[in-house]
Write a protein that binds this ligand. Sequence first.
Ligand SMILES: [Zn+2]
Length: 470
Amino acid sequence: MRMNPSDLSALDRAICGEVWASDAIARNLETLCLQCGGRFAGSEAYRRAAEMVADWWRGYGLSDVRLEPFPCVAWERGGASLAMTAPAERAYPCLALPYAPACDLAGEMLDLGYGAEADFAAAGDAVAGKIVLTRSGAAAGQRPMHRLEKYIRARQAGALAFIFADDQPGMLAPTGSLALDQDGALDQALPSVGIAQEVGLELARWARGNGQVRLHLRLDNRLWRGESWNVIGELPAADPTAPLILVGGHLDGHDIAQAAIDNASGVAAVTEVGRVLAGLRAGSGRPLIEPMSCGVRFICFGVEELGMVGSYAYAAAHEAEMDRIRFFFNLDCVAAGSRLGLNLQNCSELAPLFRSLGVELAAELDVVEHLVPFSDHLPFTLAGVPAAFIVTTGDRAAGRGWGHTAADTLDKVNIASVRLAAAGVGRLVARLASGQTEWPGRRRTPDEVKTALQASGAEPLLRLLAAWPF
Ligand SMILES: [Zn+2]
């Protein structure tokens, strides 16, 4: 059964009207950030946030709302101090990187610039036993590198400790987790800290001018085997075997901030899509999205920031349902920008469909095909499930921006961007769920997934992370 254009227009008006006229997004975002702070994995605040989101979803009319538990290695930040003991005595502010164990160590610093493969190769055996300094980013014209690539190279080369400097001015130290085999020893990671760009540049100057820089690093972090939860809620189709559309984003954030951009913004948008679509169901007196030919499942993932542990756990626990998933909209950082970006993950056959829907919606929608080997869609992409990494774009580029620093606070979130994401994704989901469009998408075979990851250049990073499944 297809809706006629006037029904569609009524549906769009209802969704946009509800998203733009309601204060739900702003209210939920503020409540989450003020009441639960950064919602760090393993913390009491995360548990409170998960229950808060579940309560919202029940109140908005989603069904079978539940918290699905999974094991994870939890970590708690203690004191951290970094000091230069030679050639001069200086103390520097630093942030332990999550999963760094406690330590009290002294050693010689080795500045490896951006920490590219070639930098480590050139240093050779000199890396062993050193406190390796690298900075965020890559040299001009070079492939962008994730923090973890630099960290894993340092660890593999036998470094004593790892220091990661930010790439933007402002005396903000970055955080960001280390790679951890969740089944391995708790203290397997290198002692590691983030430092501000200015501190990194000063240390590099000392090393250039005076040869040997000696550092003393002390960390009092705590690790333990804990538990976390994915929050799940449903807008079911009448047929329980109908295909599923997933709308999700990670609820956990970093402990040093409100984690407002990354990713309270995504949680607020996912929640808004649920609120508005639940209100459009039969009997609500509003334009209908019945009959639904697909169920819609809403998910807030836990422990994304420590290695997508929640989304991997979900994919493992729901493996038997993977064939039913038609598409996954993963909303991660939808807090700035006047355009909605759909990064299709290995499902190029859907690009024409989403481009034509963008025209139909008269929405500022950019459909790009760019495989991103991090965030919660990755376990689904590895399983061959079509997905989009949803971001907002179009404003002044700011590198990684405020995310992963203490400045990721509510005041940085542009509520209009969150509304844009909620309305855009809501309208797309309503069309897909009500059978408005032919669906050309299909699940990929493992061989096709492997080929696509190789073509995208993601293989080296996934191999370094021991996340290469082939
Ligand atoms: Zn994120």
